[in-house]
Design a protein around this ligand. Structure first.
Ligand code: AFP
Length: 338
């Protein structure tokens, strides 16, 4: 966004510093963390944009013309983010979708805990469809420098101090919240900076779009089946039938929902009894962003952010989007069963 008052562009860096200055006691560490993530995602964005070229130049899919191995992009994204977080030594624990256990850091003396999905939707890379990175930030509960406890690692989403995502689409965008609204930035490749597009994202209260993998229809519960039928009925007064849109990259589907309204669903089903998507680094951060923009996110019965996690890679069903759409699907689940 161009700052009309001053008629100039505001970069992510400046915006973060302005935010930090509003809290005179702030140490600047959270700001540093957000800047580190911003920088790593610019590097990831550059590689995502070259993915096709890299594949063409690779001799056998694993070696390029310089004799260097062509790393899978999701592993590349993982290592970029981890090294950015490692550098500033303000993080004590990192959990990544790419790693089974907790990621080893050089220093574990910091006070922040990060959950991340470095490259969500990575099966879409080969077909040039939008993908994204997701991050979620917590404060450790135990004293700095000591042993980390389960209470540090398994905090409910309500305890997030910041969360966001980067969408590598037709442009690269970053959205994040620190609990005071959602800010949206667009990467301007000509200056290599994220610039502010919207400092107070507010999503529509209702949207005529539903987003779910309908190929799994027969494995859904009755409540969801009935809700999707409701979406398809003609009723101009309620803007039905809704449009169906499904990209298969959660970041891209949720971003569209944030901008245009509607609902994104990944339910529990006979195929995925606990849902497919991960609570800590997919559902919690995107639910925090969505709620901060005026939307809602539930697991079918309660708020996603209030789920007490039991494991770092735990899954959950999710119904996320405009308030009216989410409340409507809940009506169907309550009536016909979850
Ligand atoms: P990949 O990272 O394996 O592409 O999975 C993407 C994802 O975790 C999420 O981004 C999508 O919303 C969801 O899975 C798509 O799952 P289905 O292919 O089962 O619809």
């Amino acid at each position: 966004m161009v700052d009309r008052a001053e008629n100039r562009v505001i970069t992510l860096e400046e915006f973060i510093i302005q935010g930090q200055n509003k809290f005179p006691g702030a140490t600047g560490e959270l700001s540093q963390l957000l800047r580190d993530i911003g920088l790593a995602s610019k590097i990831i964005s550059r590689e995502v944009n070259k993915a096709g070229i890299t594949n063409i130049l690779g001799e056998d899919g694993s070696t390029n013309i310089h004799g260097e191995s062509v790393r899978k992009l999701d592993l590349f994204a993982d290592s970029q983010l981890i090294s950015a977080l490692n550098r500033s030594e303000i993080t004590c624990m990192v959990v990544s979708e790419e790693n089974e256990g907790i990621v080893e850091l050089d220093s574990d003396g910091g006070k922040y805990i990060i959950y991340m999905d470095p490259l969500d939707g990575s099966s879409n890379i080969d077909v040039n469809v939008s993908i994204g990175s997701i991050f979620s930030i917590y404060m450790r509960q135990s004293p700095n420098g000591g042993e980390l406890t389960e209470a540090d690692g398994l905090q409910p989403g309500t305890e997030q101090v910041a969360a966001g995502y980067v969408l590598y689409g037709s442009s690269t965008m970053m959205a994040y919240t620190t609990g005071a609204g959602v800010s949206l930035f667009t990467l301007d490749p000509s200056i290599g900076e994220f610039v502010l597009s919207n400092s107070k994202v507010h999503m529509p209260d209702h949207g005529p779009i539903y987003s779910v993998n309908e190929g799994s229809y027969h494995s859904w519960n009755e409540g969801l089946k009935q809700y999707i039928k409701y979406c398809q009925v003609e009723d101009p007064e309620t803007s039905r039938p809704y449009k169906a849109r499904y990209i298969g990259s959660m970041v891209a589907d949720v971003h569209r929902t944030l901008v245009k309204g509607g609902i994104f669903i990944y339910p529990d089903s006979s195929q995925y009894p606990d849902g497919k998507l991960r609570l800590m680094y997919e559902c919690n951060p995107l639910s925090f962003v969505m709620e901060q923009a005026g939307g809602m996110a539930i697991d079918g019965s309660g708020r996603i952010l209030e789920i007490q996690p039991k494991a770092i890679h735990q899954r959950t069903p999710i119904f996320i989007g405009s308030r009216q759409n989410v409340m409507k699907v809940k009506e169907f689940i309550d009536k016909y069963g979850c």
